[in-house]
Design a protein around this ligand. Structure first.
Ligand code: MN
Length: 203
């Protein structure tokens, strides 16, 4: 795996096509309190691009245009959170999107283990270290361990999508999954608008 670390934006001339794996690291789980520190991107070719925000200066025109590109499917694991934090801090909705966690819930109904580590282990036979998950992502210098952890969160999403797409097709749930992915921006906006703890569809 190759990791490229950038600050405040992607470098000029870097382009992606087709599908792009995306993940974020923040100071915590509350977008109103906890700032966005890192955005990880991978084209699924073993290379990860990390865009670090050592301070909350979120101009990043090149990153924003990649995230908002309507011709580029953004693959997330638990898109609901990433969409909300990206929208809140960068002001862009990263659509169209695909969520490996939703795809897993719609197909792997024999388990309640839908974490990225569980998926990578079962579907790809690879052990993913989650050691640096809780660490100081706001630090001015990210350690090598933090960088490889952050990269590993986007390096397997294309392969997972391939496997999960096959299962969705097998179970006749491709269209249902698509409809769920299309709703995710609305779900993220509901979270940011004050309905994060509530399912407005429940009785
Ligand atoms: Mn992550």
């Amino acid at each position: 795996m190759t990791v490229h670390l950038h600050r405040f934006d992607l470098p000029e001339g870097l382009t992606f096509e087709g599908a792009l794996a995306v993940d974020t690291e923040t100071l915590g789980l509350n977008p109103f309190r906890d700032r966005l520190c890192l955005v990880q991107l991978s084209a699924g070719n073993g290379t990860a691009h990390l865009v670090q925000f050592p301070e909350p200066r979120y101009d990043a025109p090149r990153l924003k245009s990649v995230l908002a590109d309507p011709g580029l499917v953004k693959i997330f694991h638990y898109a609901r959170f990433d969409l909300a934090t990206l929208f809140h801090h960068l002001g862009v909705m990263a659509t169209p999107c695909y969520c490996t966690k939703i795809a897993s819930k719609l197909t792997r109904t024999y388990t309640d283990k839908h974490g990225l580590k569980d998926l990578v282990k079962e579907l790809l036979g690879h052990d993913l270290s989650k050691q640096s998950q809780s660490s100081d992502w706001g630090a001015p210098e990210l350690s090598d361990a933090q960088q490889s952890y952050a990269a590993s969160d986007v390096l397997y999403l294309h392969a997972l999508k391939d496997q999960l797409d096959a299962r969705l097709a097998r179970e006749g749930r491709t269209e249902l999954a698509r409809a769920c992915f299309d709703f995710l921006p609305t779900r993220a906006r509901l979270d940011l608008a004050g309905w994060s703890g509530e399912d407005i569809f429940s009785h």
